[in-house]
Design a protein around this ligand. Structure first.
Ligand code: SF4
Length: 87
């Protein structure tokens, strides 16, 4: 995986994003709502375009992305940092 671009700050991977449906909106029933305390209940600013990062300053990685980041960090850490053998 490309270290320089990982993780991309994609709106779809934001911890605060809540995806839901509003069946009253027949043309576009898919809602992308923000649950961050600052924007709670408002539409996520997105964008939701492939590989285009969000400019949102509130963005945080969701659980899935944080887990991926943790795995990459462990793989790239020097062996001395990952060796936790106690004496
Ligand atoms: S508006 Fe920002 S914080 Fe809220 S869901 Fe979208 S990217 Fe995340």
């Amino acid at each position: 995986m490309d270290q320089e671009t990982f993780p991309k700050r994609l709106a779809v991977d934001c911890l605060w994003l809540r995806r839901t449906l509003d069946t009253k909106r027949t043309e576009d029933p898919f809602l992308m709502l923000c649950t961050h305390i600052v924007r709670d209940g408002h539409d996520c600013i997105g964008p939701f375009l492939e590989n285009i990062e969000t400019s949102c300053q509130l963005w945080e990685p969701n659980e899935r992305l944080a887990s991926q980041r943790s795995k990459v960090d462990k793989q790239s850490a020097p062996a001395s940092e990952t060796n936790t053998t106690s004496t």
